[in-house]
Design a protein around this ligand. Structure first.
Ligand SMILES: NC(=O)c1ccc[n+]([C@@H]2O[C@H](COP(=O)([O-])OP(=O)(O)OC[C@H]3O[C@@H](n4cnc5c(N)ncnc54)[C@H](O)[C@@H]3O)[C@@H](O)[C@H]2O)c1
Length: 314
C-alpha cells in the first residue's frame, strides 16, 4: 500500500501526539515537522527521525508531503492552514479552526477551489461511545430525543493564552451537539465571564435550541479543580451517559442499567487514520462543520455580551 506523505505544523503538547500517531499508522509516512521554536523542532524531529523546519515555506515545497496537520496556537491555525492549502496540501486543522468566522470561510473557499480535503480536529466524534449515542438517536432506541447536556470543566491549561474557554473548550461540545442532533441549532443563549483569566472568558454556560423545542446545555470552564468531561442524552425511553475520559457508556431505562463494553481506543489514532483514508473518500468532519461550530461559538459570546437570546440563521 502506498503511504500518504504527511507533516505536522506546530509540535507542542498536541502536535507531538499527531506526529507520534502519523508515525504509528500503517496508512501514513511522517516526512517532516515544523515549529517556530527551533529547539522544539529539533527535539521532536529527532524523536521521530524526520526533517525539522522552523518555517513552513520550504517544507511545503516538498511534493511528497500530500497532507498536513496544523497544531499551532489557535490564532495562527487559519494562517498556516491557508498557506498549506495554497501549496496544494490536504489539511487537518485543529479546533477552533480559525480565530474568526471570516477566516474559516476563506479556508473553505480555498479548499474547494483547489479541490483539497479540509477537516477539523473535532476529536469527540471519534470516541466509540459517541458514535453509539448518535446511532441510538438515529434508530430511536432512546425513544424521542428530548435534550442533551455536556460538562467539560477543569483547570486552565496555561499554554492556551490566545482564545477563551468558548472557542478553545466548549467548541468541542458545540460540534457534538450538531453531530448528535444531526441539525443546526436555531437559537442560542449564553452566559460567560472571567474569574481567574485576565484576557478571556474562563467559564461559559450555553443553551442551544433546536427545531421542535429540543434543547442542549453546555457547561464549560477553566476553574473547577478537577477534570470532568461528560455527555448525557435524555430520550423519552432511555438516558445515555458517556464519560469521555474513561470512554464508559451507561444506558438506563425503566427496567435496567447497561454498560456496553468497548475496547478502549485512542480517538486521535481513529481521527488521523480517517483523515488519511478520506484523502480518497468523504471525511466525517468537514470544513463546513468547523465553520458552523465557530459561528455558534461567536453567537454564544455575543449572547453573553448583550444578555439576549440570539437566533441562528443557517
Ligand atoms: N482536538 C483536541 O482535542 C485538541 C487537544 C489539544 C489541543 N488542540 C489544539 O491544538 C493546537 C495546539 O495546542 P497545544 O496545546 O499543542 O499548544 P502548544 O502551545 O503546546 O503548542 C503549539 C506549538 O505551535 C508552535 N507554533 C505556533 N505558531 C506556529 C507557526 N506559525 N508555525 C509553526 N509552529 C508554530 C509553538 O511554538 C508551539 O510549539 C490548539 O489550536 C489547540 O486548540 C486540540
Amino acid at each position: 500500500m502506498k503511504k500518504l506523505g504527511v507533516a505536522v505544523i506546530g509540535t507542542g503538547f498536541w502536535g507531538r501526539n499527531h506526529a507520534r500517531v502519523f508515525k504509528e499508522l500503517a496508512e501514513t509516512e511522517l516526512l517532516a515537522i515544523c515549529d517556530i521554536d527551533a529547539e522544539r523542532a529539533r527535539s521532536v524531529a529527532k524523536q521521530f527521525g524526520v526533517t525539522p523546519y522552523t518555517s513552513t515555506g520550504r517544507m511545503l515545497k516538498n511534493e511528497n508531503i500530500e497532507a498536513v496537520s496544523i497544531c499551532t496556537w489557535s490564532t495562527s491555525l487559519a494562517r498556516e492552514a491557508l498557506k498549506a492549502l495554497n501549496a496544494g496540501k490536504n489539511v487537518l486543522v485543529e479546533k477552533p479552526m480559525a480565530a474568526s468566522v471570516k477566516q474559516a470561510e476563506n479556508l473553505l473557499k480555498t479548499a474547494e477551489k483547489e479541490g483539497l480535503h479540509l477537516t477539523v480536529g473535532f476529536l469527540m466524534r471519534f470516541i466509540p461511545g459517541l458514535q453509539h449515542i448518535r446511532k441510538a438517536i438515529e434508530d430511536r432506541t432512546l425513544g424521542e430525543l428530548v435534550c442533551a447536556n455536556a460538562k467539560r470543566v477543569g483547570q486552565w491549561p496555561e499554554r492556551i493564552g490566545d482564545v477563551g474557554v468558548v472557542k478553545d473548550t466548549a467548541i468541542h461540545d458545540l460540534d457534538v451537539m450538531r453531530y448528535v442532533f444531526d441539525e443546526d441549532p436555531v437559537a442560542i443563549y449564553a452566559k460567560t465571564g472571567s474569574i481567574a483569566h485576565r484576557k478571556f472568558e474562563d467559564y461559559a454556560q450555553i443553551m442551544l435550541v433546536f427545531k421542535g423545542g429540543k434543547s442542549a446545555f453546555i457547561e464549560s470552564n477553566w476553574l473547577t479543580p478537577y477534570k470532568t468531561r461528560v455527555f448525557m442524552v435524555t430520550g423519552s425511553e432511555a438516558i445515555m451517559k458517556l464519560d469521555y475520559i474513561t470512554q464508559e457508556l451507561t444506558i438506563e431505562n425503566a427496567k435496567e442499567t447497561v454498560q456496553p463494553r468497548y475496547t478502549m481506543q485512542e480517538p486521535l489514532k481513529l481521527e488521523l487514520q480517517h483523515f488519511a483514508k478520506c484523502i480518497i473518500e468523504k471525511p466525517l468532519v468537514t470544513g463546513e462543520d468547523g465553520l458552523k461550530a465557530l459561528k455558534i461559538a461567536e453567537a454564544a459570546l455575543k449572547s453573553s455580551a448583550t444578555g439576549k437570546v440570539r437566533s441562528l440563521r443557517n
